[in-house]
Ligand binder design. Structure first.
Ligand code: AMP
Ligand code: ZN
Length: 438
């Protein structure tokens, strides 16, 4: 196998020319596999691609049409299988909101390759076999839990497959087993902290060094808050089930963007209206092709996630380019009285406020013909009980800073800790009560 020419440590530091050569080889192999699926054989032949030989350079990827989530749904359940079903050893599925799930199938070789990526990602954050790894992501059809599990085992960490929820048990295990590394959504990390004292624990009880946080959008302010609250390092982890799951892109200890593992994924950024490529360094929709899976090949998948490619090399020496944190999804952008706003812009403002709590919710509704934006946010217990004047000042400051940042005058409501609902899994941060705009 072509990729097996290199050991994984070499792949991380391959010079750019060798990396591109490997990408081309793997792209051809992926196209070859795709042509064996009912879905892609039709789609690719429609644009004149009948064999891997029609892909001669990496730029030829642009001859291939984009794949969307709807395409994957259309191919449900087996339309994207490129090997005999007896070769498949696992499936994952992502349901989204509209019913038919998208399903991804893996051969044993596919899983091994994915595990290589997760080992690499964990190592990039400084994890070693000395670490105790408490995996607080949901195990199941969702890829977050199982995804990192096998890599952590292969790296030799002691893995606690805790899964999500049951905060009391999470704390007990963190203390008893002296967990050094947790894997969780950023919203769950904030929730954990908000329950710590009430459950009779303090930071001294734990031996926590780092958190791997991902699966949902979050701002730099939230990362910093998690780091400060727990006195740890927090690393951003990006992935999606269509591209296996976690370990598509991961931060290294430099914490300056996430290395997108380019030997395994071909990344493009496009303008979401014209669908033309944007310049490196410019924000665009991420389009990804997976180069290390034959069970379900997926070419040029429109992720709807917005980020920019960081072209400058990272000082850690890994040669895969990095991407910025995900700014938001093209489908979670709010249009409020004609102004485009990403929830992440609101989060950035509130999460840097001193005294702010760990949970917030953005609500939008119609008031007459106008859109009305209300931010509900919890504040720390002391501030809430003792200090009406401080509370008033804080609310005013948030309103002012929001208005400076997003040019919208929002209403802000401050609440006591625990007031807002806590969700398991990915947090729902926006409630839009305007109904369909169509
Ligand atoms: P799923 O396929 O259900 O795991 O969902 C994948 C989606 O979760 C991605 O397309 C992103 O929208 C989101 N996501 C995953 N990781 C991150 C991250 N680190 N930052 C922001 N969004 C993320
Ligand atoms: Zn790096």
């Amino acid at each position: 196998m072509i990729g097996d020419l290199y050991a994984d440590e070499e792949l991380e530091r391959l010079d750019r020319d060798a990396l591109r050569a490997l990408q081309l080889l793997r792209l051809k192999k992926t196209v070859e596999a795709a042509l064996l699926t009912p879905f892609y054989s039709k789609r690719l032949k429609g644009v004149g691609i009948t064999s891997a030989e029609d892909i001669r350079t990496l730029d030829d990827v642009r001859k291939i049409p984009y794949t969307t989530k709807d395409d994957l749904r259309e191919a449900y359940p087996y339309g994207l299988l490129s090997v005999d079903r007896s070769e498949i050893v696992r499936m994952h599925a992502s349901s989204g909101t509209t019913g038919t799930p998208t399903v991804i199938y893996h051969t044993q070789k596919d899983l091994d390759q994915w595990t290589n990526m997760t080992v690499r990602s964990l190592r990039a954050t400084g994890c070693t076999k000395e670490d105790v790894f408490q995996n607080m992501m949901t195990y199941g059809l969702f890829t977050g839990g199982i995804g990192l599990h096998y890599g952590a085992e292969r790296l030799g960490m002691l893995v606690i497959p805790a899964s999500s929820g049951n905060t009391t048990r999470q704390f007990n295990m963190m203390k008893d087993f002296q967990t050094t590394t947790v894997h969780a959504t950023p919203s769950y990390m904030l929730h954990l902290y908000s329950r710590m004292e009430e459950m009779g624990y303090s930071l001294k009880d734990f031996n926590l060094k780092r958190a791997l946080i991902g699966a949902e959008p979050h701002s730099e302010e939230v990362r910093q808050k998690i780091e400060e609250l727990f006195d740890i390092d927090a690393y951003n982890s990006y992935g999606l089930s269509e591209m296996n799951g976690p370990s598509v892109a991961f931060e290294c200890t430099q914490k300056k963007g996430m290395h997108l593992w380019e030997d395994a994924y071909l990344v493009e950024t496009i303008d979401r209206s014209s669908l033309e490529p944007v310049e490196e360094g410019e924000m665009g929709e991420l389009v990804l092709t997976i180069l290390i899976r034959t069970g379900t090949p997926i070419l040029r998948y429109r992720t709807k996630d917005l980020a920019a490619i960081i072209p400058e090399p990272c000082s850690c020496g890994r040669t895969s380019r990095r991407i910025t944190r995900i700014k938001g999804r093209t489908d979670d952008m709010l249009i409020i009285n004609g102004v485009n706003v990403f929830p992440s812009q609101i989060e950035e403002v509130i999460m840097k406020m001193p005294g702010i709590g760990t949970n917030y919710l953005i609500k939008v509704r119609k008031e007459g013909t106008l859109d009305k934006l209300t931010i509900h946010t919890e504040v720390g217990a002391e501030l809430f009980t003792d200090n009406a004047q401080d509370l008033h000042n804080l609310r005013r400051r948030i309103v002012e800073e929001l208005s400076a940042s997003i040019t919208i005058k929002a209403a802000v409501e401050l609440h006591e800790p625990g007031f807002l609902p806590v969700q398991q899994g990915k947090a729902i941060r926006v409630v839009d009560e305007r109904g369909s705009v169509f």
